[in-house]
Ligand binder design. Structure first.
Ligand code: ZN
Length: 309
């Protein structure tokens, strides 16, 4: 069994427009844009990262905004709700804040936790979940320290059949914590705070069709490259087709497709988002990886619409 997974590292989704995406995360949710770069595999598209002050693993939501992309259809074989942790007693504040941005909310509860569900600009599914959490929030986005988002609480997967994925999560070090209706909750002990995965079983539902508003993959955090190689070997030895280690500049990544259809990544906590920018100015300038640096002029002039902060 793998013992080095600490919880989520980041969640990566698709969007239809960079500006509305940026505004939703920085102005509505009050997160910090910690990196403005491009999709390393399709550099004519931005890759935007939002998180806490430094983009601590477990706080980082990332997007590929493909201009005008058609909206995805939610269904099975995908990540559904991305849950954010907020302090106890703050949902009334958030209900009011979201209302001022004309965002409809739904009050729900699961596993004894009170939550507020809502959608992003492309129908992306989120929940704010009240929980005890001692992670330090980013407060530069207009939400005070008493209410601000602490980082991810969880990601939920919608699956036709949860059996093989449950086995995989256990192999990855997750333990079954509880069941609520058709949802099984898994958690990794002594994790990074973003340590919950909910698996919802929907045998009769249609498969998802990926598009804007869909989660593309979720990444799990490991401390460093040595641990990542151990995780890669353990997954490969179990029969998973895992990619070679890929340099994403701010972390190292491996990817593999899970039995339920969701794409998993395992990403390193090193080197982090401050490797090429001062912490005070994270996310401000367009940063390009070495392999795409020669494209800067054409990307800035033709493809990447400037983002107004
Ligand atoms: Zn990723």
């Amino acid at each position: 069994m793998i013992k080095d997974i600490q919880g989520l590292h980041h969640v990566t989704s698709l969007a239809s427009a960079a500006q509305s995406n940026n505004d939703f995360f920085t102005k509505v949710l009050g997160l910090r844009r910690v990196k403005k770069t491009v999709n390393f595999d399709a550099p004519h598209v931005y890759h935007l990262y939002y998180g806490d002050e430094v983009g601590t693993p477990g706080s980082v939501m990332t997007y590929f905004p493909f201009p005008g992309a058609k909206r995805g259809r939610h269904g099975t074989g995908e990540v559904g709700i991305t849950g954010y942790a907020v302090p106890k007693g703050t949902l009334p504040f958030w209900r009011e804040r979201l209302a001022t941005f004309d965002i409809a909310v739904k009050d729900t509860s699961a596993f004894g936790e009170t939550r507020l569900e809502f959608t992003g600009p492309d129908g992306d599914e989120f929940a704010l979940i009240e929980t005890e959490d001692d992670r330090a929030p980013w407060t530069g986005g207009g939400v005070g320290a008493d209410e601000a988002i602490r980082g991810f609480h969880s990601a939920s997967m919608r699956l036709k059949d949860d059996g093989a994925t449950a086995e995989l999560l256990k192999f990855m070090g997750y333990k079954e914590r509880a069941r609520d209706g058709n949802v099984t909750r898994f958690g990794v002990p002594d994790g990074n705070g973003a340590d919950v995965i909910d698996v919802e079983t929907l045998p009769g539902a249609k498969p998802a069709d990926q598009g804007a508003g869909s989660v593309h993959h979720i990444a799990f955090a490991v401390e460093n490259r040595a641990k990542q190689l151990e995780v890669r070997k353990a997954l490969s030895d179990t029969g998973y087709q895992v990619t070679p280690v890929i340099d994403r500049d701010y972390f190292w990544a491996i990817y593999f497709r899970t039995p339920g259809g969701v794409l998993f990544e395992v990403a390193t906590n090193e080197p982090g988002f401050d490797r090429d920018e001062d912490t005070a100015h994270l996310g401000e300038a367009l940063k390009l990886p070495r392999q795409h640096a020669h494209l800067r002029d054409v990307l800035e002039q033709k493809y990447l619409e400037p983002i107004r902060d």
